[in-house]
Every structure is written in structure tokens, then in C-alpha cells.
Design a protein around this ligand. Structure first.
Ligand SMILES: [Zn+2]
Length: 106
């Protein structure tokens, strides 16, 4: 039988999809700072989708490049990233048949 994935959401999971294999695809938000040559570092915000069955994962940046007249601008669009992430999660959940690994002594 399936466990009850909707009762135990790990911290930080903002959305969760149940796969056909009984695992879940979890959507989380993350921040990570990359070192840059000027020492300030680039903060990359992103939405991450991780399958708990087969450990497939995908990252969707919150930052989009917007073409202006004479330059490219970077704008933060969390909703667009979430939308793409949900699409990926939905699609993956529909076909992933990997089963979640269960701990032996539970
Ligand atoms: Zn999977």
C-alpha cells in the first residue's frame, strides 16, 4: 500500500506530486551563492524539483533575461520558475515508476 505522502512534507517543500510508482516529486525553493571574481558573489534563487523515487532533479532559476532596447536586463520571476517546475513535476510524476526506498527498520 501507498504511504500517506500528504501527511509528512519535509521542511521547505512548497508543492508535492505523487508519481505512478508511489514516490513523490517535491518542489522546493533554494538560494545559493556563487563566488564571483569581485568577491561579492552571485545569489541565485531557484525552484528545485526532486523525485524521491529515481532521484531525477531539475532546477529552474528565478532570474530571466529580458531584452531591452540596448541591453539585457535580469528580472526575478519566481512565479514563472514555479510554473515551469510544476509542469516538470507533473510530467515526471505521470511516468516515473521508480518506487521510493523504504528504510528496513520502520
Ligand atoms: Zn522519478
Amino acid at each position: 500500500m501507498l504511504t500517506n505522502p500528504e501527511t509528512v512534507w519535509p521542511e521547505g517543500v512548497v508543492a508535492r506530486y505523487l508519481t505512478v510508482g508511489g514516490a513523490t516529486v517535491d518542489i522546493t525553493h533554494g538560494n545559493r551563492t556563487y563566488p564571483t571574481s569581485d568577491g561579492i558573489g552571485e545569489n541565485r534563487n531557484h525552484t528545485t524539483v526532486t523525485c524521491t523515487g529515481c532521484s531525477a532533479a531539475e532546477e529552474f532559476s528565478h532570474w530571466r533575461v529580458v531584452k531591452r532596447m540596448t541591453f539585457d536586463d535580469k528580472v526575478r520571476d519566481t512565479e514563472a520558475a514555479d510554473r515551469d517546475a510544476r509542469e516538470w513535476a507533473q510530467e515526471h510524476a505521470e511516468k516515473c515508476r521508480a518506487m521510493p526506498r523504504r528504510e528496513v527498520n520502520q
